[in-house]
Write a protein that binds this ligand. Structure first.
Ligand code: HAM
Length: 413
């Protein structure tokens, strides 16, 4: 019988790789707390309609990439493809919103999209996600970008580009959409992919995000949103940029940036890297003022971002694991139980280390002690067992060793 293997696009993260994720999460906690964000954990499974109503039926994420299945009572459930919808749902359900209040949440965890796996693209991937509810001011957008770039600096990443755009609002976007439709109609419609032929009527902005090369070519000269912004959106966008300029955050204006999800208005941004292959976007986000309302919540503005941890991990160097304090070598089988109890006492004192089990030669144990990187090798053999002693070998300095009373040694730590 064939052995059971993991699902395509799903990965196991062994300690060396997992250490990078733990490091990123620790840095995010440290940086995000400076900005007043608190942790929110939401379920991985949600009702399918949550994503249909928020991300948009015309998006690739909802149209092609969701892990959706019926539960035992035939209700359609979906493994979350992103965090924002669930965070918004939780916020609405908590009924904590008061006009004028700001709520800030971050969340970490696995997301699921049925995409073709490749470098930096998995079907289960992890995001670090941040959302701010209640502020329509441009400073809230700028603050998120400042927080995101502070986090990326904190994990040691420098060579990244922030791309910035404004997508307009319900006032100015209709005219822009019309300009796009006029532009598409002036092209040879048959040259667009089937999805885009439909989208150009139902959701003209989506066509700009199509990955099909011929569509990309056809929209090269399409009108840009920044030429169609209303005065309010223009002023909003100018303030976002002014704060970023003041803080010395470099960014590139990209009037073609529309993002892959339908809920954005006004500010949107992406952080990209040229060092991780075809999937260049390491983080993305923006403002989504109508989203909470559209999910039957209060009329509350929102803005946020998410980082892709797999892509950040590709850019991180190895995160050095902390060396253990001791390696306890058992060199006589009869000392094995006592060794385990001694190691337990050491661990209760807060020390980190490993115990060899009884099998193997002295030489192989010394090799293992060296390999472990421990500062101290402790040896427990027949003589030490009888005398209630332990031989302590300094692995870091002069490699000298002495035999000490076990209880006194423990008391000295
Ligand atoms: P998104 O751009 O769809 O935005 O995803 C954010 C990041 O998740 C991407 O920049 C990328 O790094 C990572 N990512 C997406 N798909 C995959 C994949 N298949 N494999 C590996 N990494 C991936 C959102 O999800 C929005 N919810 C962000 C947001 C929060 N906007 C407002 N608040």
């Amino acid at each position: 019988m064939a052995k059971v293997q993991k699902i395509k696009g799903f990965a196991d993260l062994f300690p060396e790789e997992a250490a990078k994720y733990t490091f990123m999460e620790a840095c995010a906690r440290e940086i995000f707390s400076r900005y007043g964000f608190g942790e929110l954990r939401t379920p991985i499974l949600e009702k399918t309609e949550l994503f249909q109503k928020s991300i948009g039926e015309d998006t690739d994420v909802v149209g092609k990439e969701m892990f959706t299945f019926p539960d035992r009572k035939d209700r359609s459930l979906t493994m979350r493809p992103e965090a924002t919808a669930g965070v918004v749902r939780a916020f609405i359900e908590s009924k904590t919103y008061q006009p004028g209040n700001i709520s800030k949440f971050f969340t970490f965890g696995p997301m699921f999209r049925y995409e073709r796996p490749q470098k930096g693209r998995q079907r289960q991937f992890h995001q670090i996600n941040a959302e701010c509810f209640g502020a329509d001011e441009p400073q809230a957008d700028a603050e998120l970008i400042l927080m995101l770039t502070a986090f990326l600096r904190r994990i040691g990443l420098r060579d990244l580009t922030v791309e910035l755009n404004s997508l307009g609002c319900h006032e100015c976007r209709p005219a822009y959409k019309q300009a796009l439709v006029d532009y598409y109609h002036a092209q040879d419609k048959a040259k667009f992919c089937e999805d885009c032929q439909r989208r150009m009527e139902t959701n003209p902005l989506r066509v700009l995000d199509c990955k099909v090369p011929t569509c990309k070519e056809l929209v090269k000269d399409a009108p840009v949103i920044t030429d169609h912004l209303c005065p309010d959106c223009r002023a909003h966008f100018a303030d976002v940029r002014a704060v970023l300029d003041g803080a010395g955050v470099a960014y590139v204006l990209n009037p073609r940036l529309v993002r892959g999800l339908d809920y954005y208005v006004r500010t949107c941004f992406e952080v990209t890297s040229n060092d991780i292959g075809a999937q260049t976007s390491v983080a993305g986000g923006g403002r989504y003022d109508g989203l909470i309302r559209s999910l039957d919540g209060p009329d509350c503005p929102g803005t946020g971002f998410a980082c892709g941890m797999e892509r950040l991990a590709l850019l991180l160097g190895d995160v050095a694991p902390e060396a253990p304090d001791f390696y306890l070598a058992v060199v006589a089988p009869e000392a094995a139980n006592e060794a385990m109890l001694f190691a337990q006492a050491l661990r209760n004192k807060g020390l980190r280390g490993e115990v060899s089990f009884a099998g193997g030669s002295m030489k192989s144990r010394m090799r293992a002690a060296n390999k472990s990187g421990a500062g101290t090798c402790l040896i427990l053999g027949e003589a030490e067992l009888a005398d209630r002693t332990v031989t302590v070998k300094d692995m870091a300095g002069n490699r000298e060793q002495e035999t000490l009373d076990r209880a006194l040694y423990l008391a000295s730590l």
